[in-house]
Design a protein around this ligand. Sequence first.
Ligand code: NDP
Length: 793
Amino acid sequence: MSVAHYFDTMDYGPAPEADGPARDWLRRHEARFGHFIGGAFRPSAEGGTFETREPATGKPLATLASGTTADVDAAVEAARQAQAHWQKLGGHGRARHLYALARMVQRHGRLLAVLEAIDNGKPIRETRDLDVPLVAWHFLHHAGWAQLQESEFAGYSPLGVVGQIIPWNFPLLMLAWKIAPALALGNTVVLKPAEYTSLTALLFAELASEAGLPDGVLNVVTGPGETGAAIVEHPGIDKIAFTGSTEIGRIIRETTAGSGKKLTLELGGKSPFIVFEDADLDAAVEGVVDAIWFNQGQVCCAGSRLLVQEGIAPEFLMRLKRRMETLRVGSPLDKAVDMGAIVDPVQLRRIEELVAAGIKEGAVAHRAPVALPEGDGSFYPPTLLTEVHPSSIVAREEIFGPVAVAMTFRTPDEAVMLANNSRYGLAASIWSETVGLALDIAPKLQAGVVWINATNLFDAAVGFGGYRESGFGREGGREGALEYLKPDAWANRRPREATPPAEPADGGAQGFELRAIDRTAKLFVGGKQARPDGNGSRVIRSATGAVIGEVGEGNRKDLRNAVAAARAAESWARASTHNRAQILYYLAENLSARAAEFAARIASATGTDGEQEVDVAVRRLFTYGAWADKFDGAVHSPPLRGVALAMHEPIGTVGVVCPDEAPLLAFVSLVAPLIATGNRVVAVPSERHPLSVTDLYQVFETSDLPAGVVNIVTGGREQLAKDLASHDDLDALWVFGSKEAAAAAERLSAGNLKRTLVDDGLALDWHDAKAAEGRIFLNHTVQVKNIWIPYGD
Ligand code: NDP
């Protein structure tokens, strides 16, 4: 072909990246790899292997060890042995290692980028320009957190050995997102890469070892889902960090329930891409290209649901289809392709099946007129589905392929409704030239990340993670670092001693004294006292066994009403922080005015010093009044002209189950931080000593607390905890009480993946401000939403 020919056709010629060094690396290892454990490759204990293939050609690439329980045992043992030394190295010591890893990635950038493209099928343009630089930046950023650990995370310690399981869509980047914070903060790691894409993790581990990372600090065990399950179940692991499908995330939530393992889940998404009629349409069209055809659409935060305002929909879709005509699909190593190969024939079939199901439901498919490479590779053309109904399978399910589905909306409210009409909540993209409109919509979207006039932007300093069934926990930034630490103030908690049942006091002259006027405390729901649904009540006894009253016996239906009341009080989330602060101070004032009465209640119920407990409870309310307008988010400066606002948003409706000790103080300590940040609460007070709490409704009523913000349902803790955990309209659940209730709460919360905070039956000293108040709780009351706002032209 002559230059003149290319000039005439304006066609691209092939521009392949050399793959020699990557193929040499495979040859050096005879295309056979063991697990990387304790600083060296080791075959699988039981000799099992599996084959990994090249998505673009279907040809075998290498044979890998298939991890069993014995291999996971060996990896955990190596990680455990290394952990104490790694922790002792201190922040600066670890910062040097993290810095060395960043430099190592930069030095071997080309090799890593090429191997990633071969192994995953993604274009070299993306691995070279995006994945690898972001990986290096992630290690550099976390070298910084290691360096600052002693000052910025004073009072926190590493968790220990962390098990990490990653998917195949961004193998190296997910590895970095997982291991950089874990290692920086003093943990050691057992990592399982995805079966389809293990090679860059093995290369990384080998290079890291050569760069001086001590043996056992990073261990890589390859294998199928069962290997991941063996990591999840291993008793020697202190935390699981998982990225992958919501289905497996749910299984992991259930498996780890009650184990005391910390858990973060980064799961699927079906993210909306909203185009308003005043958007820069050409920019938005380019946005769609980056949102859904980047990485062949195999992106958890892909803008896969295109929501276009009705008036511009025909024009916008016409421009989009025109742009699709210029997209190129080809060999991942070709530097001039837009899309490479789908990771595996299994995924390709899944995409084909979902698209076929969508068409059957009435969708119209527009495929880019591209020539797909011939041979045994897995390729799928960029696809747009129009005429899609919001209830269609393609509008609901994650296709995880290069397929956008388009729908229209009329008003901004309708856009928000459609956008939030999903069980997921990972990301969203808003396109409008009106800053007021975009900034009004962003907080209304249920998503952990919102990009304004942009999409798929990532930065190590800006946390990433989901709402709802997209999982919980964040990766990146300060909030991501905290996921790998535990508070020292909670280190010495001991299992709560079982309280003997309150025995009725001896008969004798009892019953012949002048008794107090009978009083049965009711439930408190939606700002009103409510009789329990079952009309039952339970007798409450004093420390000496005398009957001191009765409380309503709440059940599942009462909880349902309470959750509905809490949902209806949604405007509390939008109340000004000043307003919330004022009400918390007012609660303190009114509790203080009745201190003697509450103290006497507590003393008679528990036999402890009620005065002191009320005094600390008043102080605690003051503390959260103080925090209400100070627990702010942050403004990040990622590498673009613009900012990312890390907003603290309330989680929503939260169930709180209180322990028996310090009944009033524990209740206040758990409920006050939640309402300070805008959550609404359904609280189950101490089962044994509920009366000091049931009286609180009078304090609420005199303190301007809006109806439904705090609801109280008394009754049996274990059953109510389970009922709350299985309630799908509750966003989070805190259980402080027994180990059994904690385990059940975590297990049953898997249904809607609600966030949980449990004490595993370990008692907290509620009088100790270090352990029982402040950020230690506040951090669990919010989810961080990062809103990216580019500015300038
Ligand atoms: P999975 O959730 O199955 O895989 C993610 C990781 O978990 C892999 O390393 C996998 O191993 C491992 N794993 C599988 N089963 C278990 C288990 N029981 N316990 C512990 N670990 C396990 O995702 P798939 O790869 O099967 O993809 C299926 C769908 O999930 C996709 O089509 C997409 O919709 C979604 N997905 C979402 C991702 C995201 O980033 N949010 C990423 C990947 C997929 P192995 O690879 O060996 O199966």
